[in-house]
Design a protein around this ligand. Structure first.
Ligand code: NAG
Ligand code: NAG
Ligand code: NAG
Ligand code: NAG
Ligand code: NAG
Ligand code: NAG
Ligand code: NAG
Length: 468
């Protein structure tokens, strides 16, 4: 079974604490909307219980190839905030959310709203302490209080943090209105038609969080290793293959599962597989250009769409190219395409991020913008991100809410390490870290019967105004 199994990993750039109870507050903190998130595990669409022998046997029977796409830097509300489909926990369905411009003066607020521009020139802060301010309105939240539930995230600090990072409040090119548009804006359905096709056609996770409230490379490492090995910033170790922990790449090789890391970083970052000493020494040739994916996936020569034209959203073009290639290729019937993000990029989301078990005993210390020092214990999740499960066996238009924590049996949000948990069930490898052991698997969202109604191609995105 394993020798001819291909795992294709795409990098676009390329003491345990468990959830203390099943209540909304314990899982999510206080959400600043009138709509409360669910408190129970989603009813399984096919009757399979996650992680059960029947579910795992079905997964192994149906899925031979994994394509895992890790996109960059977007929150759930940023991408899906304007998509009006039943069950999505977003501003269009549940009401726009307003947060203060200055967290100590709640009288002036700005709200989530539709935005009509493609990219944001002023990259929002998504360092660990930047995320702290965005989630807790302070650079140095009290971690003991977070863990015992007396301090919960309220996600009130996004606009003030954007103002702090990009200039004085009200500066001529950095108005509150601009900052608010940048971090509180979301796309309407006409702007994300490719994404809407995926929501309609496949399975969307409503509560899927990044591994670490921090930047790109630590989150990518955590998704691939179940830990960032104490890294909380995009430091030089990632660029010099100095990350020295096990990863899905090493484990796949040990299990005789072939894999490739398709690199789309254009040199901006090291490709994910080359973070690791083991991979650099033992499998450097498994990192190939993203262009190879279209030849590998698709035998009908439909590669013209590889070249984005004009200023349409690159991300959607990329997603369409990947989907169309997999859908029309010879392995559509036995491929699971997982489309997710690495982290939320400092964009607002209205659902507070929950606590999570520590992957190991590593810590990370950072100096915040105001000079305060903060030590992170890797004991809570980053922001909520869009994630989709796509295959010939996943339900159409399905919204998955909470999963089951395999270690406690309690309702739990999905997160980046849910992928390693599920792949471990598929390919018989042990959990890399306690974080993985506590992450819900999604094997049960693959059904017993092949669908023949999946769209052959996704709708292309339309051009946007350039940026703001
Ligand atoms: C929700 O937002 C409003 C408006 O900014 C604010 O007054 C209120 O305190 C917030 N509630 C919570 C629980 O954060
Ligand atoms: C925020 O509001 C507080 C209380 O009104 C004020 O002292 C502080 O200067 C304000 N901060 C900014 C950056 O304007
Ligand atoms: C939670 O932790 C904080 C900070 O250590 C402490 O002040 C508070 O008393 C604790 N509350 C409970 C209910 O344990
Ligand atoms: C604001 O933007 C304008 C137009 O780009 C530029 O001429 C001006 O120098 C900018 N001001 C500051 C303070 O950066
Ligand atoms: C994503 O965030 C990283 C910092 O972690 C930043 O360097 C990178 O430019 C961002 N990517 C995009 C596409 O904005
Ligand atoms: C980008 O899109 C805007 C709005 O559709 C359009 O005015 C502009 O000409 C486009 N630019 C390019 C380079 O295609
Ligand atoms: C995939 O399944 C469909 C429906 O059963 C079948 O018609 C098609 O031949 C299969 N494709 C491949 C490549 O096996």
């Amino acid at each position: 079974m394993k020798a001819n199994t291909t795992a294709a990993f795409l990098g676009l750039l390329a003491t345990s604490t468990s959830i203390v109870s099943n209540t909304v507050e314990a899982i999510f903190g206080r959400s600043n909307t009138t709509v409360t998130p669910p408190t129970t595990v989603s009813p399984p669409p096919f009757g399979y219980t996650a992680g059960s022998p029947e579910s795992i046997a079905n997964l192994k029977d149906k899925i031979k190839h994994i394509v895992w796409v890790l996109l960059e830097n977007r929150s759930f509300d940023n991408i899906l905030g304007g998509v009006n489909r039943p069950g999505l926990d977003n501003p269009t369905n549940n009401g726009d959310v307003c947060i203060p411009v200055n967290v100590t003066d709640p009288s002036v607020t700005e709200c989530t709203r539709s935005k009509d521009f493609d990219s944001v020139l002023q990259d929002p802060d998504h360092s660990v302490t930047g995320n702290n301010f965005e989630f807790y309105s302070t650079f140095v939240p009290n971690d003991a209080a977070i863990q015992n539930g007396s301090l919960t995230a309220t996600n009130q600090g996004f606009i003030q943090q954007q103002q702090l990072v990009w200039g004085p409040l009200g500066g001529e090119n950095n108005t509150v209105a601009l900052s608010a548009a940048q971090v509180m804006g979301y796309y309407d359905e006409a702007e994300v038609p490719t994404i809407v096709d995926i929501v309609d056609g496949f399975t969307t996770f409503n509560y899927w969080f990044s591994c670490i409230p921090g930047p790109t490379n630590p989150n990518r490492a955590c998704a691939l290793s179940g830990t960032s090995d104490g890294h909380g910033t995009n430091d030089n170790d990632f660029e010099t293959a100095s990350i020295n922990v096990n990863s899905i790449f090493e484990t796949a090789s040990a299990h005789d599962i072939s894999w490739l890391n398709y690199d789309g970083t254009n040199g901006a970052f090291a490709p994910d597989a080359l973070f690791y000493s083991w991979t650099a020494a033992n499998a450097p040739n498994n990192v190939v250009p993203i262009e190879n994916f279209f030849q590998d996936a698709c035998c009908d020569g439909n590669t013209n769409s590889m070249h984005p034209t004009g200023n349409v959203s690159f991300g959607q073009v990329f997603v369409k190219q990947i989907y169309d290639a997999v859908r029309q290729g010879p392995h559509w019937n036995d491929t699971l395409l997982l489309l997710t993000y690495d982290e939320t990029g400092g964009f607002h989301d209205h659902v507070p991020s929950p606590i999570a078990v520590r992957p190991d005993d590593k810590t990370y210390t950072e100096t915040a913008l105001d000079g305060e020092t903060y030590t992170f214990l890797f004991d809570r999740l980053g922001g909520r991100m869009p994630t989709w499960l796509i295959s010939a066996f996943t339900p159409a238009g399905f919204v998955e809410n909470l999963g089951t924590n395999p270690a406690t049996g309690k309702p739990e949000v999905y997160s980046a390490t849910s992928v390693l948990k599920t792949l471990g069930l598929l390919w018989d490898f042990a959990d890399f870290t306690p974080r993985v052991s506590n992450s819900p698997s999604f094997d049960h969202l693959v059904g017993p019967t092949m669908r023949t109604d999946a769209p052959l191609v996704l709708t292309p995105p339309r051009p946007f105004p350039l940026d703001t």
